[in-house]
Design a protein around this ligand. Structure first.
Ligand code: ADP
Ligand code: ASP
Ligand code: MG
Length: 412
């Protein structure tokens, strides 16, 4: 018997009619004799609305109460999905994070799953009951509702698949797989049949929101077979129509560049005239880390006179305000020392073939130069090169790079 987690994202459960369509897919998997757990997101647009409700009251709110508010979207869809399945003669029960329980740390707003106690769901599988789980949420050891960060239902699904040792975790969304770049930006983007966990991790962490980064990390660590596929096409997961995530060793053709991503979730901070002395970087980045602000790229200029220097780094755009507050607490940093911009975008090119090929960076810089696009910061990893550029050039840069690396789908 095959055990499958089926996750439906926001657009796939956007209204009762779509929930019924998704339920039909669940029925088809059940009729094949598969054991199914369903994970649902909130109806599309609902989480944004719930976030706005919090900030309508006050711009800085208690993260525990934010979690209580935003987790509610998934509760609605879990109940509606269970009703839709019951209407189809399937025994189904909804589960909220605390009921399973999905135990998380207490970093509210971006909690990490620590453990899933799946005994009760396991027991019900043997009675042929489908478990419908509210994605995006868990419960802390202090018994408060937590949420897993935006896009977190992917992580709920993969974590559940790992906990119940599912044979597959099918992520149903509004595109029919993972593409070489966001198909909404580049219509010529190619669908990938297969992608390594490593490449998907780099793509997700650099902006391809088709999967939440933590879900890919978790899939890689636990060897979960993940497939990304469309809710709106006729096939179901067992037809294997989507993009499969797999180990690097299973990939025969290793393309030098397999994907291009963009992230508008970044902001850039420059601190001017910081004292050029040992320990200054430690002071700055410890302050940010203590306030749970992730720093991505860092550039420190060489100081002209050996006494003062400038330090530039990028952080999540949503943390810009908090980051400035953290920095202002440090001795010697004043408001006039800090320059920030959120009109930037990070463009990344990703591919495992980069491990053994040179010239990728050269091609990237040349292509951007030909389009007169100025690069503000660069960072590299073994399989990724990222640059920060002005946000206005996002589409131009992605399209130019996509064709430079030969990724455009050619009509055949
Ligand atoms: P869901 O609501 O199902 O979780 P998301 O909106 O979070 O869906 O993710 C799906 C979206 O991800 C697609 O609509 C697409 O625009 C975007 N996307 C970005 N990069 C890629 C990529 N490389 N391949 C496929 N989709 C991508
Ligand atoms: N509803 C949540 C969000 O919009 C979680 C998810 O859809 O994955 O971020
Ligand atoms: Mg998503």
């Amino acid at each position: 018997m095959t055990r499958i987690v089926m996750k439906f994202g926001g657009t796939s459960v956007a209204d009762p009619e779509k929930i019924e369509k998704a339920a039909d897919k669940v029925v088809r998997e059940v009729e094949k004799g598969n054991q199914i757990a369903v994970v649902v997101s909130a109806m599309s647009g609902i989480t944004n609305k719930l976030v706005d409700y919090c900030s309508d009251i006050t711009p800085i709110y208690d993260a525990r109460e934010y979690d209580t508010v935003v987790a509610s979207g998934e509760q609605v869809t879990a109940g509606l999905m269970a009703i839709a399945l019951q209407k189809r003669g399937i025994s189904a029960r909804s589960w909220l994070g605390w009921q399973i329980p999905i135990i998380c740390d207490d970093i509210h707003g971006k909690a990490r799953i620590e453990e899933i106690k799946s005994e009760e769901i396991e027991k019900r599988f043997s009675d042929n009951e489908v478990a419908v789980i509210a994605g995006f949420q868990g419960v802390s050891l202090r018994n408060r509702i937590t949420t897993l960060g935006r896009g977190g239902s992917d992580t709920s699904a993969v974590a559940l698949a790992a906990a119940i040792k599912a044979d597959r975790c099918d992520i149903y969304t509004d595109v029919n797989g993972v593409y070489t770049t966001d198909p909404r930006i580049v219509p010529q983007a190619k669908k990938l049949k297969i992608i390594s966990y490593e490449e998907m991790l780099e793509m997700a962490s650099s902006g391809a929101k088709v999967l939440q980064t933590r879900s890919v990390e978790m899939a890689m660590k636990n060897n979960v077979n993940v497939q990304v596929l469309s809710s709106f096409e006729n096939e179901i997961g067992s037809d294997l129509p989507g993009t499969i995530l797999t180990k690097e060793g299973d990939i025969v053709e290793k393309y030098v560049v397999n994907g291009i991503t963009c992230s508008k979730d970044e902001a850039k901070i420059t601190i001017l005239n910081v004292p050029d002395r040992p320990g200054i970087a430690s002071d700055i980045f410890s302050a940010l880390s203590d306030d749970v602000i992730n720093v991505d790229m860092i550039i420190q200029n060489i100081s002209k006179d050996g006494t003062k220097t400038d330090m530039t780094f990028t952080i999540p755009r949503s943390d810009l305000h908090r980051a400035k507050e953290s920095l202002l607490k440090l001795k010697g940093i004043k408001e006039e020392n800090i320059i920030s911009s959120d009109k930037i975008v990070k463009i990344s090119v990703v591919g495992i073939g980069m491990k053994s090929h040179t010239g990728v960076a050269k091609a990237m810089f040349k292509t951007l130069a030909e389009k007169s696009i100025n690069i503000q910061a660069i960072s590299t990893s073994e399989i990724k090169i990222s640059v920060i550029i002005d946000e206005d050039y996002t589409e131009l840069a992605i399209r130019a790079l996509h064709s430079e690396y030969g990724l455009d789908e050619t009509s055949s």
